[in-house]
Design a protein around this ligand. Structure first.
Ligand SMILES: [Zn+2]
Length: 266
């Protein structure tokens, strides 16, 4: 198109629209399509742009602040939680640079989706018998909203069907629901919302445990990618794809695995 024509068209738009960064409709659609009972609309014309929930509440979609990685973790708008595409495919490990896809969570959004208090989450718990064919048949508690517990049940069945050499990583688990903050922070852990599971701690690597020995945090992992593939197939992201790795940690975040948001790496 003729550049002058572009200029003329732009001049006809309101000044605020010219100055505002574009709202990422694809990322919003990943959220809305995944949680249609909770997420109603994106009010992109509002200042600031807002996510409208089914109960009428509004959450800031884009606060227009430029943030460091730490600022994004501690004070995200909803858009920040979808800013780093979650990678799948054979080229998805080790993590590129300092990426932490899915590690940013929005407290009010998590509360609206899964329960905003310990009592509310307790009321949403559903039993999942974990790997009844190969494990001790332990009962785990997971959030029943938005298909999370049902997804964990499917993970359990698929892990039960994997060859025996994989079982030692997953038959013993290290916890699902516990109302707590992330170590060293004021932020609620995904375990508080009963949407995360830690597998066998014996084979895990966690960045905080490595920090003193290896301050640059070179990637460490012993969890076979066949196990990761099972979880991802059912809507879980893996903490092993984070620069701040937590390789026992799997978290139900199907919005990040939506085809319009996930990133395929060959
Ligand atoms: Zn965890």
């Amino acid at each position: 198109m003729n550049p002058w024509l572009v200029l003329v068209l732009n001049l006809s738009a309101p000044l605020s629209a010219l100055l505002a960064p574009p709202v990422d409709a694809d990322r919003f659609e990943c959220l809305r399509a995944t949680f249609p009972q909770t997420i109603s609309a994106l009010d992109a014309a509002a200042e600031p742009a807002a996510v409208v929930l089914a109960d009428g509440r509004r959450l800031v979609w884009d606060d227009k602040r430029t943030k460091t990685a730490d600022e994004r973790l501690n004070d995200p708008d909803v858009q920040d939680t979808l800013a780093e595409p979650y990678p799948m495919g054979p080229g998805s490990t080790p993590p590129k640079g300092r990426e932490d896809p899915g590690r940013t969570r929005h407290t009010a959004l998590m509360g609206a989706l899964w329960g905003a208090s310990e009592q509310a989450v307790r009321g949403a718990l559903e039993k999942v018998v974990w790997m009844p064919k190969h494990g001790p048949g332990k009962t785990l508690y997971f959030n029943k909203h938005h298909g999370a517990a049902a997804a964990l049940r499917r993970v359990s069945a698929d892990l039960d069907a994997l060859p025996a050499k994989f079982h030692k990583y997953v038959t013993v688990t290290a916890g699902t629901f516990v109302w707590r903050h992330i170590a060293g922070t004021e932020r609620l852990s995904a375990h508080s919302h009963a949407i995360a599971i830690d597998i066998n701690v014996k084979y895990t690597h966690y960045w905080r445990w490595s920090l003193k020995r290896e301050p640059d945090l070179p990637w460490r992992n012993r969890i076979p990618l066949e196990i990761v593939e099972v979880f991802e197939r059912h809507g879980f992201i893996w903490g092993g794809k984070w620069h701040h790795y937590d390789t026992m940690h799997f978290e139900y975040r199907p919005e990040l695995l939506h085809p319009r948001c996930v990133e395929r790496r060959e």
